[in-house]
Design a protein around this ligand. Sequence first.
Ligand SMILES: Nc1nc2c(c(=O)[nH]1)N[C@H]1C(S)=C(S)[C@@H](COP(=O)(O)OP(=O)(O)OC[C@H]3O[C@@H](n4cnc5c(=O)[nH]c(N)nc54)[C@H](O)[C@@H]3O)O[C@H]1N2
Ligand SMILES: Nc1nc2c(c(=O)[nH]1)N[C@H]1C(S)=C(S)[C@@H](COP(=O)(O)OP(=O)(O)OC[C@H]3O[C@@H](n4cnc5c(=O)[nH]c(N)nc54)[C@H](O)[C@@H]3O)O[C@H]1N2
Ligand code: SF4
Ligand SMILES: [Mo]
Length: 653
Amino acid sequence: MASRQLKQVRTACNRDCPDACGLIADVQDGKVVRLQGDPQHPVTQGFLCHRTSRFLDRQYDPQRIVTPLARRGTDFQPISWDEALDQVAEKLQQVRAQSGPTSILYYRSAGSMGLMKHVTDAFFERFGPVTIKSGDVCSGAGDAAQMLDFGDEDGHDLFDLDHSQTVVLWGKNVYVSQVHLLPVLKRAQARGVQFTLIDPVWQQTAQLCNRFIQPCPGGDAAVALGTARILFDQQWYDSEASSYCDHLAEFQALACSRDLDTWAAMADVSVADLQSLAHSYTCHPTATLIGWGLQRRRNGSATVRVIDALASISGNLGVPGGGISYCCKRRGAFDLSFTTGLEQPARAIPEPLLGRGILEAEDPPIRVAWVCGGNPVAMLPESRRIAEGLQSREMTVVVDSFMTDTARCADIILPTTTMLEEDDLLGAYGHHWLVESRPATAPPPGVKSDYEITQELAHRVGLGNDFSAEVDTWKRHMLQRVSNRGASLDDLRRGPVRNPLAQQVMYRDRKFPTPTGRVNLVTDVATEPTPTTRLRPLLLMALSTQYSQASQWVAGHRGGPAVATVHPAAAESFTDGDLAVVESELGRMTVRLQFDPRQRKDVLLVPKGGWLADGCCANALVPGEVTDDGGCAVFYDTPVRLLLPTPADPPTG
Ligand SMILES: Nc1nc2c(c(=O)[nH]1)N[C@H]1C(S)=C(S)[C@@H](COP(=O)(O)OP(=O)(O)OC[C@H]3O[C@@H](n4cnc5c(=O)[nH]c(N)nc54)[C@H](O)[C@@H]3O)O[C@H]1N2
Ligand SMILES: Nc1nc2c(c(=O)[nH]1)N[C@H]1C(S)=C(S)[C@@H](COP(=O)(O)OP(=O)(O)OC[C@H]3O[C@@H](n4cnc5c(=O)[nH]c(N)nc54)[C@H](O)[C@@H]3O)O[C@H]1N2
Ligand code: SF4
Ligand SMILES: [Mo]
């Protein structure tokens, strides 16, 4: 009889999540039988989120694709790896010779945050350079704000919150999107730290907070400027601020350009809310944690800049327990210089406009598309256009483990590894610990990692030598800047290691890597919140849910109709539980209404990640639009209305 010995493998979660958890996989006879959080990881603390604690259902899902597939009419048929890769290599070379490499689109998203994925970027860069995406639909607008304001982007150490007196959670759904922040926040709460949440949406984090401010969507700039006005009027701002902030007078003039009542009315909050927030900023040290949702709006970057400015003048920069934390530098420890070329692509399509970009590219047109680690049809605006764009190329290759909305548009599907089969390195954007992922189990026969696919393709197109190295060699190369500082591959193999290059407290000396060495306070912004229209009075917000990682759903939770949460007064012709149609200028979607009187009357909430194939895809209703800066997508500013379903509206799909 085969051995029943249980083996434990320490690995890491590679999902697009701020937490980058350490995992412990129990393996029996080559099969992972249990998955737990690594108790030795200081942030993971031995527990997992809802979605990943159920990952084994995904790992052993019978629907997983385990052989390359080629389109035959409207269906797919298995083909061998050699056939698949020969066809792809031949097509890539033919198209490059005929139309130049920019006729090839390479799109990689956040399916795995592993650093080894950059090696595939490097392959397409060397084979090309090809057309890639520009901007970032996830965090781009806020990233641009941090770079403009401070010249750099990183967070305080997560445990620096132990020194805070006050915490402002500016649009963060901790219970869903960053659960490993909760123990740190709860510890602070037990110390009597005051919490404020600012979010147009009622969500569970509100229960953790002493004050919940619920502005209109996009009302944050008005909230921040009204609050700044109080700091200026009361002389509560840092008297030293002019020594480390540029444009203080202009920022003051901006904040004082409207009175408190006007700022409060613009944001649809009370003056007492602004006063409370102003008070929070005087209970030093105040940590400001900026979430990712609020910058996915038309003025997203400017909004983050105003929040940055408020927190800067309040005197909370450069001090333990203070600071402004948006994204931690998850790649900061790693040497990725082997892909620098992607920063100057031959041609780039703004990510929020991917569908249009594919369809409209000229000189040369996009002839071949390669999509990996992403499900852009479900996850990017104008889903149908993206599907149309991918379906109408001469060849679209999708590397995934499941028949996603995007895979359905492929000519060739290459089946790839899951995170429990991966060999990689990870940093986090919510803290500074580095982890190594190790294969806990072998992939099913017929499944290859992105790197193996890259190697085989490279071999076929004459770049084999560049991509022949073992994974460990790449890992050592990527760790070379930190390997003699306690973060070598051997160190990481023993367990999580804090990035030795990361600060505990940002800008301690109040010197900023901007051109002047000072904070670049924002002076001129569009402060108007997102408008709705009389015809379409609700803003559609498809937000993270605990039941999925973007479009990767926990078993049993995918499918329609999507549940749309609204205030009862926003759906007066309906009753709770009714089917209704959500209509934007771009499309319609049948939903099941769920009434929630805690929500504002101007928003309609659906879960992010619904599939087009299930009739649940909010992004089919969202027009492609780029934020004011940083190339983020305007995901949450789409006006919609509710209509009675007609016989032409299918209940799902
Ligand atoms: N369970 C789960 N967790 C996830 C993900 C997932 O799909 N599922 N996705 C992951 C990804 S891709 C990322 S980028 C991260 C972050 O993922 P996000 O889901 O973006 O996380 P948050 O930072 O909580 O930002 C969302 C919050 O912003 C609020 N918000 C929206 N608009 C506004 C506004 O105008 N003003 C203010 N003040 N708030 C606003 C929303 O109401 C919501 O509470 O989390 C990851 N975590
Ligand atoms: N309406 C709306 N749309 C949104 C958002 C929103 O809040 N509202 N959030 C946005 C945000 S923050 C983000 S980050 C994006 C996320 O958008 P995507 O990154 O496209 O999200 P996923 O649906 O997780 O798609 C990842 C795919 O990669 C596959 N995959 C996993 N691991 C690997 C691997 O190792 N190799 C390969 N080749 N494939 C792998 C998975 O099976 C999955 O199909 O969505 C954005 N879209
Ligand atoms: S998805 Fe995030 S919270 Fe969940 S296990 Fe992975 S890293 Fe941890
Ligand atoms: Mo994201």
